[in-house]
Design a protein around this ligand. Structure first.
Ligand SMILES: Cc1cc2nc3c(=O)[nH]c(=O)nc-3n(C[C@H](O)[C@H](O)[C@H](O)COP(=O)(O)OP(=O)(O)OC[C@H]3O[C@@H](n4cnc5c(N)ncnc54)[C@H](O)[C@@H]3O)c2cc1C
Length: 248
């Protein structure tokens, strides 16, 4: 399923599930009317067929697929409301089950495939968790032997998308580890994770062989660029071992 590039399709469907993830983020399941093949990490272009706000008709936005290709009933996307964002505001505030949507895909080269050996280091911030979660779900569903460590950076605990799912996955798949870090939380609460931005020290603390690992980074451009610089300059990671996807 994940070795050859998948055939791109346009599908008409409906939103079949909506889950509030955080104060400004929801996940959406979109029913699959037929087989839709993709690789973990790819994205789709989503548009609305008959939106409550007619100005949105025909507008499309890119969303990484958060579900695994092993899930055949639906694809899941997670959408964070962008301040003054046209499409994301409608999705988070007004989109309900039954909303008619169209999507095309899969798109993108930020992919995991089964021929990749070794330890995967997944580094995400905010809604950048989506393609990394797809990879973790895929490794788990396919019972693959790769070890994967997720470093998930958020401002506060209230911003942690998929908090329960990310606690559950390492219990299902002992090859997975999740390191949460908060960059703005007040001191003195009961937080058990890391604090501060993902740093060279944090990576060395959790990854035994930093040079043997493959790095997948997804999140806002400033965060991704900063982590790439740190990996190359402070840890001496080979740039060929770093894959990135950037979006706010
Ligand atoms: C490959 C890829 C994958 C992605 N995956 C995800 C994902 O999984 N989850 C997710 O939430 N997002 C994802 N995105 C981002 C997503 O595609 C949208 O860009 C995002 O939802 C914002 O869309 P919007 O219509 O709400 O914002 P827009 O209305 O397009 O606005 C975007 C920004 O521009 C500003 N802006 C708008 N109009 C003006 C103006 N006239 N003057 C100045 N500034 C203005 C807004 O304030 C906002 O900050 C992804 C993007 C890419 C490229």
């Amino acid at each position: 399923m994940t070795t050859a590039p998948a055939q791109r399709k346009t599908l008409h469907s409906v939103v079949s599930g909506v889950t509030q993830q955080t104060h400004d983020t929801k996940s959406f399941q979109v029913r699959l009317p037929e087989a839709f093949d993709f690789q973990p990490g790819q994205f789709l272009m989503l548009s609305l067929e008959d939106p409550g706000n007619p100005d949105l008709k025909g507008k499309q936005r890119a969303y990484s697929i958060a579900s695994s290709p092993t899930t055949q009933e639906y694809v899941e996307v997670v959408i964070k409301e962008t301040p003054n964002g046209f499409f994301s505001k409608y999705m988070v505030r007004d989109c309900r089950e039954g909303e008619k949507v169209k999507f095309t895909g899969p798109w993108g080269h930020f992919v995991y495939n089964e021929s990749m050996p070794g330890h995967l280091v997944l580094i995400g911030a905010g809604s950048g968790i989506a393609p990394l979660l797809a990879m973790m779900r895929y490794l788990t569903d396919k019972r693959l032997s790769n070890k994967a460590t997720l470093f998930f950076s958020n401002k506060t605990r209230e911003d942690v998308i998929y908090e329960k799912k990310l606690a559950e996955l390492p219990r299902q798949n002992p090859n997975l580890r999740v390191v949460n870090t908060l960059t703005r939380e007040e001191e003195g609460d009961d937080w058990k994770g890391e604090r501060g931005r993902v740093s060279a020290e944090m990576i060395k603390k959790h990854i035994p062989d930093v040079h043997g690992a493959l790095y997948y980074l997804c999140g806002p451009p400033l965060m991704v660029d900063g982590v790439v610089k740190m990996l190359k300059e402070e840890l001496g990671v080979d740039p060929a071992k770093i894959k990135t996807e950037k979006y706010d």
